[in-house]
Design a protein around this ligand. Structure first.
Ligand SMILES: Nc1ncnc2c1ncn2[C@@H]1O[C@H](COP(=O)(O)OP(=O)(O)OP(=O)(O)O)[C@@H](O)[C@H]1O
Length: 494
């Protein structure tokens, strides 16, 4: 550990300066807090840290592991959340990890990286360590499989003379800070995978069920389904099912599938894990990513038809394809044993081509709801106008809606036109022109097609006629031949 720490010191210099100034500005608030640390917080805190007594060193240090068995250690959570609040002010790139049972954001530093926090004039050094452990698991057939899992620990150290301050004031202060901040509203996160890690950005997608344009009845059904799911902990337990739900969103591009995913996350107040299967090296890594995800999350795999080889399970061709993640690996991910290691999750697949998916993915019970996102209807148009211009009536609505009924226009295209001007009259005029033009183009195409078809029909008729004529000719010839032969015969007879 010591050599690791030394290595990382130099690389974190710029960051330390930022941290120090933040720490100084937080000082006043701290002194108000730490006097009110409840006794039970202090007691449970001491059970979660390991103190090291090194008689030869002039430093005091303690280690806080991320987990005790399967439960995440609260002191670790609090410390990491606190450190992340310091780090989030710096510009350095960090990886983000979130804890299982609450929404507190945690930024995990690179292993070995140090943070120095100055508290009441005392320097406290924090260092994060990561170790890889072998985890053994058994599948339903009793086969053993092994995988590597990361475990983290934080080391806190300071001069020996400040040991009491660290244990009696600094750590309890952090615990108290955490208890006070964790109930505040947090910003949702969008997690993206790169190989075996997740990184995140803030999710600021404004889509809600109010702004999604879709069939009102279908919208109500989805909202009811999600509400039932959210309150369903006991229900899922009573029926012996993992507390999760699967949705398949399908339809042409630009009909709002991604927007619906964001609306679902905003509705449930869940983070989104946007799983890119192309980044995953194999089924084992997929399991690893699954384990890293937290409860209360929406997992989305976009364009599932492009992500996984279609119908690859029985096909001999699958050997030549060699997919990184196989269909069976994905099915295990969706509802295999490993998927039950967490709860309160929504899994969403999106596709433009539902008919191309392997039936195994569509099987009843795997994806609980199949939701079709279609072309814009008049009622969807009204939702979009209201979103962008906050109006419910306009003299052009009737004309526009009549055209929308006749055309296959995506909500994305309508949105794009509505956004072209802040002036609703201008925007709707432009949209009307565009729709009229589209209608004209559609009519021209139709006419062209009809002409072609008519041409083909004429050709066919012509060919039929020609064939008939040829046949008639040959029949006549045959008859003539017959006549001839008769004559010949006659000749012979003669
Ligand atoms: N049903 C809808 N309701 C509201 N806005 C929509 C809808 N469909 C599309 N939009 C608008 O069009 C944009 C693109 O739509 P979105 O990305 O959600 O479509 P998609 O179906 O996921 O497309 P793709 O299949 O290409 O990923 C959105 O940002 C949104 O502004």
């Amino acid at each position: 550990m010591a050599s690791n720490s030394k290595k990382s010191m130099s690389s974190s210099k710029g960051f330390l300066a930022t941290t120090a100034s933040i720490a100084a500005s937080a000082m006043l608030a701290r002194s108000l807090y730490y006097e009110f640390v409840p006794e039970e917080v202090r007691k449970s805190m001491f059970s979660q840290i390991k103190i090291f007594h090194n008689l030869l060193s002039r430093e005091f240090s303690m280690v806080i592991h991320d987990k005790e068995g399967l439960t995440t250690n609260n002191v670790y959570k609090a410390s990491m959340t606190y450190l992340s609040s310091l780090v989030s002010h710096s510009t350095q790139r960090v990886r983000v990890k979130q804890f299982d049972d609450d929404k507190s954001l945690v930024i995990s530093l690179d292993s070995g990286q140090k943070i120095i926090d100055v508290f009441e004039g005392i320097q406290f050094k924090w260092c994060l360590y990561c170790s890889r452990n072998n985890v053994t698991s058994k599948d339903s057939d009793g086969n053993l499989s092994f995988m590597l899992s990361n475990s983290y620990s934080l080391e806190l150290s300071c001069k020996k003379e400040h040991k009491d301050k660290a244990l009696d004031v600094y750590l309890p202060w952090i615990m108290n800070w955490w208890n006070n901040t964790k109930n505040q509203n947090t910003i949702l996160k969008l997690f993206l995978n790169s190989y075996e890690d997740w990184s995140s950005v803030n999710l600021h997608h404004p889509a809600t069920f109010d702004t999604i344009a879709m069939d009102p009845e279908l919208k109500r059904t989805i909202i009811d389904d999600l509400s039932k799911f959210k309150k369903g902990k006991d229900y899922y337990k009573s029926i012996g099912k993992t507390w999760k739900r699967g949705y398949l969103l399908y339809g042409p591009p630009g009909t709002g599938k991604s927007s619906l995913v964001a609306a679902i996350a905003n509705f449930l107040n869940y983070n989104i894990y946007d799983l890119d299967l192309a980044q995953v090296q194999g089924n084992l890594q997929l399991k690893g990513l699954l384990i890293e995800m937290t409860n209360k999350s929406v997992i989305v795999i976009e364009d599932i038809d492009c992500s996984i080889p279609i119908k690859n399970r029985d096909s001999k061709d699958s050997y030549s394809y060699r997919p990184k993640v196989t269909l069976s690996g994905l099915l295990n991910f969706v509802d295999g044993l490993w998927s039950s290691c967490s709860e309160e999750r929504i899994i969403i697949f999106t596709t433009n081509y539902k008919e191309q998916l392997d039936p195994a993915l569509l099987r009843a019970g795997r994806m609980d709801m199949h939701i079709y996102m279609g072309y814009c209807s008049p009622s969807m148009f009204r939702t979009l106008v209201f979103n962008y211009h906050h109006i419910e009536h306009h003299s052009l609505f009737e004309q526009i809606e009549a055209l929308i009924k006749d055309l296959e226009i995506t909500p994305a295209t309508i949105s794009e036109h509505l956004l072209r001007s802040d002036d609703v009259d201008v925007a709707l005029q432009e949209l009307l022109k565009f729709l009229q033009l589209s209608k004209q183009e559609a009519l021209d195409k139709e006419n062209e097609k009809n002409k072609k078809n008519a041409g083909k029909k004429d050709d066919k008729k012509k060919k039929k006629k020609e064939k008939k004529n040829v046949k008639n000719d040959s029949d006549t010839d045959d008859n003539n031949d017959d006549d001839d032969s008769d004559t010949d015969d006659d000749d012979d007879d003669f």
